[in-house]
Design a protein around this ligand. Structure first.
Ligand code: S3P
Length: 435
């Protein structure tokens, strides 16, 4: 039985940290695997998604292991040095993993088949295969452009200039990674800024990125320098604890060492505008990323209209914002987010259905939803559709629900937040698997 239940909690109190940033963890492994020499990575997210990327990189020739102190060591193969894997690479649930890895192999003369779970196999891949085809790579698969897909990497890749048709850091990063093993300048034109972890980590590993207006320019065949990398805690994981503390009376928590790159902190801004008592302490920079300790205290929240242009900086946080919105006076409007329909699940449809079944007043639109303050009374089992963020968001809502909220499958949380329920319970929550 994988059902997991969350019910009314005592005040949440304590100082904790959350697992490493998922985006930065994938990129750290990939950059280290492309460097000659040994890189070390501390704070790596050991969720299934990132472990899948590590396993794929091992298949492509990198030597990757974890030592007794929890630090990861990577001996890279150098740009152009990826070897032909002997079996398909199973990227599990991870859109970031598969899209970044496709970019990487597209300009190596190898043939790689990518597979994934039911959720990943329904997600659009044309958004990466289209630009990667321009480098000279070939893609064999079905007409829908979904996994499984076999990539025949270009033998003589040509540099491209590509204007992103969707605001997507995964697509931007796939093109940038393909540019690494391509002679000349590869340019991505990004009109709507998305998370810039690739730009930052390219610089950190010694590949200078030129930024000219909306153009992000990668010069191929640079030599990467093996580095010591420290991954900050994931703001998208911290988000669950922050909302939990805001909506649970008497709470006061501090989350240490969280990434506060402004390309990721749209939810923090939104929660502060809603009246959240959130403060950032001990702000600093580590390995090219901004980090801080975040203190959050229970607050009376009010609904707001979330500006559409804020979406890229909080794209993964709308499900948990729904939990905050259900406890906030008035109405919270979330529009301009149709990208949510192609995440690990159709997050608009799945949230709306789940919230309604808990008795929450919610209206669905093609590009978003509005949520009105209501008392969650849900005893129904929530369908999470293999989506970790849906699973955690409903468990957070359970903290202030009249009755307990049960989700159908708690194991999917392992993809991004191993130890979530134990951590929540250590702060005072009441979450457990059904026996
Ligand atoms: C990510 C980019 C975002 C985000 C995902 C991680 C990344 O996806 O939703 O969880 O690491 O580049 P899109 O690029 O599809 O917006």
């Amino acid at each position: 039985m994988n059902q997991l239940t969350s019910s009314n909690a005592a005040p949440l109190k304590g100082t904790i940290t959350v697992p490493g940033d998922k985006s930065i963890s994938h990129r750290s492994l990939i950059m280290a695997a492309l460097s000659i020499g040994e890189s070390t990575i501390s704070g790596l997210l050991e969720g299934e998604d990132v472990l899948g990327t590590a396993a794929a990189l091992r298949e492509l020739g990198a030597d990757i292991y974890k030592d007794d102190t929890g630090v990861w060591h990577v001996h890279g193969v150098g740009i152009g040095g990826l070897k032909q894997p002997s079996a398909p690479l199973d990227m599990g649930n991870s859109g970031t993993g598969v899209r970044l890895m496709m970019g990487l192999v597209a300009t190596h003369p190898i043939e790689v088949t990518f597979t994934g779970d039911a959720s990943l196999s329904s997600r659009p891949m044309k958004r990466v295969t289209d630009p990667l085809t321009e480098f000279g790579a070939e893609f064999l698969g079905n007409d829908e452009g979904t996994l499984p897909i076999t990539v025949k990497g270009a033998k003589m890749p040509l540099p491209i200039t590509y204007a992103l048709p969707v605001a997507s850091a995964q697509v931007k990063s796939a093109v940038m990674l393909a540019g690494l093993n391509t002679a000349g300048n590869t340019t991505v034109i990004e009109k709507i800024p998305t998370r810039d972890h690739s730009e930052r980590i390219f610089n950190y590993f010694g590949v200078p990125i030129k930024l000219e207006g909306d153009n992000i320019i990668v010069t191929g065949h640079a030599e990467l320098t093996a580095r010591k990398m420290a991954v900050p805690a994931d703001p998208s994981s911290a988000a669950f604890l922050m909302v939990a503390a805001l909506i649970t009376e008497g709470s006061d928590i501090t989350i240490k060492n969280v990434g506060i790159n402004t390309a990721r902190t749209g939810l923090f801004t939104t929660l502060i505008e809603m009246g959240g008592d959130i403060s950032f302490e001990n702000k600093r920079q580590e390995c090219g990323e901004d980090v801080a300790d975040i203190r959050v205290r229970h607050s009376k929240l009010s609904g707001i209209i979330v500006p559409k242009e804020r979406a890229p900086s909080m794209i993964d946080e709308y499900p948990v914002l729904c939990a905050a919105a259900a406890c906030a006076s008035g109405e919270t409007v979330m529009r301009g987010i149709k990208e949510l329909r192609v995440k690990e699940s159709d997050r608009i449809a799945v949230m709306v259905k789940g919230l309604k079944s808990c008795g929450i007043n919610v209206t669905e639109f093609p590009d978003g939803m509005t949520v009105k303050k209501s008392i969650a009374n849900g005893t129904h089992e929530i369908e999470t559709k293999l989506d970790h963020r849906i699973a955690m968001s409903f468990l957070i809502l359970g903290l202030c629900s009249d009755n307990a909220i049960t989700i159908d499958d708690g194991t999917v949380i392992e993809t991004s937040f191993p130890g979530f329920t134990n951590l929540m319970n250590s702060l005072g929550a009441n979450m457990g698997f059904q026996t």
